[in-house]
Design a binder for this molecule. Structure first.
Ligand code: FUB
Length: 447
C-alpha cells in the first residue's frame, strides 16, 4: 500500500473489528495489495508472484505494470522480495504485466505474463527473485500464433506454464469464453513455442487457467464466468492436452471478494494449497475494492477417488510447516503480520521502512529451544535519535523481554534480553520520538 492511502487505510482499519484478526493469517502480506498469485515451489520454499495492485488507482482500472514476489518456507511467515519485474523497463514492448506464472528449468527461472489481455510475454532470471528480463524483445504468443484464432472476444492472457515429469512444458492461457482455452507446447528453451495451440472446451470458463498434477492425474482449474459466480472449477484428465472431463467446484467465490477470482494450486511439504485473492483489506478500509486485492491461502483436500473436496475459505486454516530458527539471520521483511510498515529495496536487499511509533511486525512460531536466547542483534539504517525496537512475546502488548535503543550506524547492534526459551510468536514493536520514518530495519537474530 504505497502512498498516502496507506495512512488512511490504517486509520480506518484501526476502527474496524476485522483488523484485530491481523493476528490471524488472512490476508497474508497485509502491507501490500497483491493479486493473481502464480506459485513456484523451489528449494524448500514457496514463491508467489503477484500482480501489483499497489499500482492501481483506487478507481480507474487495472494498470499493473510490475510483479511482486513473496516467499515462505513455513506457510506462515512470508518474505517480501519486492518488485522482480516491471514493464516497460524489463520488456520494452509491453505496457502491462498481469497474472504471472513462473517455472524453473536447468537453473533458470522463466516468468510468463499477460500484457493486459492482448498478448503473452516471457522473461528470464538466474534466481527465483529476479531480476527477470525479456530475452525475445517481443511477444511469445499473440493472435498471430497458429491455433490461437479464430476465437470470439478472446482475452489473450493468464498464461500458466507447467513442466511435466518427462520435461515437456505446456502453456495454458486464454479467457472470456468456453471455447477460449488454449494449450501450447513450449520448446526446451522455454522461450519459443512448439507447433500450434490446441483448444479444449471448458464449462463456464472465464479466466485464471492453472494446471497441477496429483497422483498422475492432470487437474486444470479456472475461474468460472460471472453468471456462475466466478468460483474456481476444475477438469481432470490423464493427458495434459486433451480428454478433460468436468470435475466440479474446487473453491467457491471467496468471502469479501464479489469480483474476479484467481487461484494458484501447488503441493508443498506433502499438502496441496490454493493461493488466491480477495478484497477484504480494501473493503474493511472503506476503499472501493475492485482494483485493490489482497492475498489469501488455504488447503485443498482430495477424496479417495481423486476428486477434489470443495475448499473452505478460512482466516487461519493453514498450519505452520516449521518453526523459525532465531539463531540464524532473519530478514526483517519476513513477517506473519504487521501494522503500519512498508518495505523497500535497501543496500542489502529489502528492508522494513516507513516505521512510526507504535508500528509493529510479528514473526510466528519462533523456536528459542531449550537453551534459550540471551541477546538480540539487529541491522538497521537511517536511524533517527531515540528510536527503539522493543521485543515482546506472543502479543504486541505481551511480555517485554528487552528493548534495543538504536544508534545511527549500519553496523550490527545488540542488547541483552531476558533469557527466553521455547516457542513464541515474536513481536517487534517500534518506538521513537520523531514524526516520520524512525529507521529502516534490515535483519535480526538472537544469541
Ligand atoms: O488482474 C487482472 C486480471 O484479473 C487477471 O488477468 C485475471 O485473471 C483477473 O484476476
Amino acid at each position: 500500500m504505497r502512498n498516502i492511502m496507506k495512512k488512511v487505510v490504517l486509520l480506518l482499519l484501526a476502527t474496524v473489528p476485522f483488523f484485530s484478526s491481523v493476528k490471524a493469517d488472512y490476508p497474508i502480506v497485509s502491507h501490500r495489495y497483491l493479486a493473481d498469485p502464480g506459485s513456484l515451489v523451489y528449494n524448500g520454499r514457496v514463491y508467489l508472484y503477484c500482480s501489483n495492485d499497489d499500482e492501481n488507482p483506487v478507481e480507474g482500472g487495472y494498470k499493473m505494470a510490475s510483479f511482486v514476489c513473496i516467499s515462505s518456507s513455513d506457510m506462515k511467515n512470508w518474505t517480501d522480495h519486492g518488485v522482480v519485474f516491471s514493464v516497460p523497463q524489463d520488456a520494452s514492448w509491453a505496457e502491462k504485466s498481469w497474472a504471472p506464472s513462473v517455472v524453473e528449468r536447468n537453473g533458470k527461472f522463466y516468468l510468463y505474463f499477460g500484457n493486459g489481455g492482448s498478448s503473452i510475454g516471457v522473461a528470464v532470471a538466474d534466481s527465483p527473485t529476479g531480476p527477470f528480463k525479456d530475452p525475445l524483445n517481443g511477444k511469445l504468443v499473440s493472435s498471430e500464433t497458429p491455433g490461437v484464432m479464430p476465437a470470439e472476444h478472446m482475452w489473450l492472457f493468464d498464461p500458466m506454464t507447467y513442466v511435466d515429469d518427462d520435461g515437456q512444458a505446456y502453456m495454458y492461457f486464454g479467457g472470456n469464453g468456453e471455447d477460449n482455452v488454449r494449450v501450447i507446447k513450449l520448446n526446451e528453451d522455454m522461450i519459443s513455442v512448439d507447433g500450434a495451440a490446441s483448444r479444449f472446451t471448458v464449462p463456464y470458463f472465464f479466466e485464471a487457467s492453472w494446471m497441477h498434477k496429483h497422483n498422475g492425474k492432470y487437474y486444470f482449474s479456472y475461474s468460472t464466468n460471472p453468471r456462475n459466480g466466478m468460483r474456481i472449477d476444475y477438469m481432470v484428465s490423464d493427458n495434459p492436452m486433451s480428454g478433460f472431463t468436468y470435475g466440479g467446484v474446487m473453491s467457491p467465490q471467496p468471502p469479501e471478494n464479489d469480483n474476479n477470482n484467481h487461484q494458484a494450486v501447488f503441493e508443498f511439504d506433502g499438502k496441496t494449497y490454493q493461493a488466491y485473492h480477495n478484497r477484504i483489506v480494501a473493503r474493511e478500509a472503506g476503499i472501493p475494492p475492485t482494483y485493490k486485492r489482497n492475498l489469501c491461502i488455504d488447503q485443498i483436500f482430495y477424496n479417495e477417488d481423486g476428486s477434489i473436496q470443495e475448499m473452505k475459505n478460512t482466516v487461519d486454516g493453514v498450519a505452520q510447516v516449521q518453526n523459525v530458527n532465531p539463531f540464524e539471520k532473519v530478514e526483517a521483511e519476513t513477517t506473519n503480520a504487521q501494522s503500519g510498515i512498508e518495505t523497500k529495496k535497501c543496500e542489502k536487499g529489502m528492508c522494513i521502512t516507513d516505521i512510526s511509533t507504535g508500528d509493529w511486525i510479528k514473526v510466528k512460531g519462533v523456536d528459542f529451544g531449550k537453551k534459550g536466547a540471551k541477546s538480540f542483534n539487529a541491522v538497521v539504517a537511517n536511524v533517527t535519535s531515540n528510536s527503539e525496537i522493543e521485543i515482546r512475546l506472543d502479543d504486541k502488548a505481551g511480555e517485554s523481554i528487552g528493548s534495543l535503543s538504536l544508534s545511527d550506524t549500519n553496523a550490527e547492534q545488540s542488547v541483552k534480553i531476558q533469557k527466553t526459551k521455547g516457542i513464541h510468536d515474536v513481536y517487534f514493536v517500534f518506538k521513537g520520538k520523531t514524526d516520520g520514518s524512525l529507521f529502516d530495519f534490515d535483519s535480526w537474530y538472537f544469541e
